[in-house]
Ligand binder design. Sequence first.
Ligand SMILES: Nc1ncnc2c1ncn2[C@@H]1O[C@H](COP(=O)(O)OP(=O)(O)OP(=O)(O)O)[C@@H](O)[C@H]1O
Ligand SMILES: [Mg+2]
Length: 390
Amino acid sequence: MLLLLVSWRGRGVFLIISEIEQKFCAYLKKNSQEFVETWKQKIIVSQGDPFREEIIMNGENLLFSIISLIIGEKRLEDIQPLCAKIATERAQADVNIGEFVHNVNVGRNELFEAMCELDVKARELKPLITKIHSCFDQLIYFTVLKYSEIITKSLEEKQQFIDETHKERLTILGQMSASFVHEFRNPLTSIMGFVKLLKAENTHLPYLDIISHELDQLNFRISQFLLVSRKEMWNEKEFFSLNDLFHDITHFLYPSLVNTNVSIEKNMFYPIGLYGYRSEVRQVILNILMNSIDALEANPKNRKIVIDTFEDESTIHIIIKNNGPMIPADKIETIFEPFVTTKKLGTGIGLFVCKQIVEKHDGRISCESTPDWTRFCMTFQKKTKETTLQ
Ligand SMILES: Nc1ncnc2c1ncn2[C@@H]1O[C@H](COP(=O)(O)OP(=O)(O)OP(=O)(O)O)[C@@H](O)[C@H]1O
Ligand SMILES: [Mg+2]
């Protein structure tokens, strides 16, 4: 006859415990020492595991926890702290969690061996077997879950540490190179000044134009670098003439335009004043024009750049287009990002600097490219003397 006992599990829940389960648990309790001893001989423990002693203690505790679960003295939630403790130790020991799973299953098999001692028909043991499987499965589940959480967290912390250290190094490197480049500026400015003087005093001295042009290029590169490193180097914001700026720039680029046989058409039908840092806006337009000249080298002839400037009630528009090769759609998304370049000697920071400067002036910059034209469009909000004072 099968005798059923009822165990109070709190919150109005009763658990039905069979006589077989009672008998089995009593047997386990009585032979626990022997049971743990046999289990100890069969488990795997890595050499150098700092928790060797703990593993045996945890094994004992788990055995008593399983007994308590079977007879309803404990609920699954009650064994979670023990699972968390084991998970933490396994993570700290830095061994494969597979060892723990193996050792728990050794315990499970030992329990089934012990069941044979009960002298009960296999069919009657079925509910007990199901209960034991469920307890062991949950125990493994909780522990492995906690273990994975700990390992993931620790990996994330390590990654964050690596990222932060890397960022710090990059910042220091950036600062170092910025101040290095900054140091170039003073001698460069005085060399440029003296070359101008030489030119004024010796109008027929050869090569001065070339030296001057090369120094201007170097100055442009240095300015670009300093802009990326965000060292403020320009003066106050001011109203300046966009028409004059384009005039200066085309003069500056004249040798390159002649060299590459590029023609420039300027559609600037009335004067436009822009409020901002003239030198920075100059840098933007120079970058776009220099890129256009580079791109046009792919055209065997008919190399053209067209500049349109106009304004409506609230906005100033600058459009610079060239009839060079089309920028593929997938590349156009990335050209404003730093270090994106298709040129052998490019640094890929030109358009990045452009975007930064335009946005600093509350403006927008975009690029669209078709087989006929590649167009860079910029818009700036129109400012008046009154609005700039607000
Ligand atoms: N007008 C254009 N036509 C075709 N491709 C362009 C044009 N402007 C830019 N690009 C593409 O965008 C890339 C990025 O331009 P960006 O000015 O940022 O860098 P770069 O010119 O390669 O190098 P850097 O300007 O730093 O010397 C270029 O390498 C080129 O592939
Ligand atoms: Mg460029």
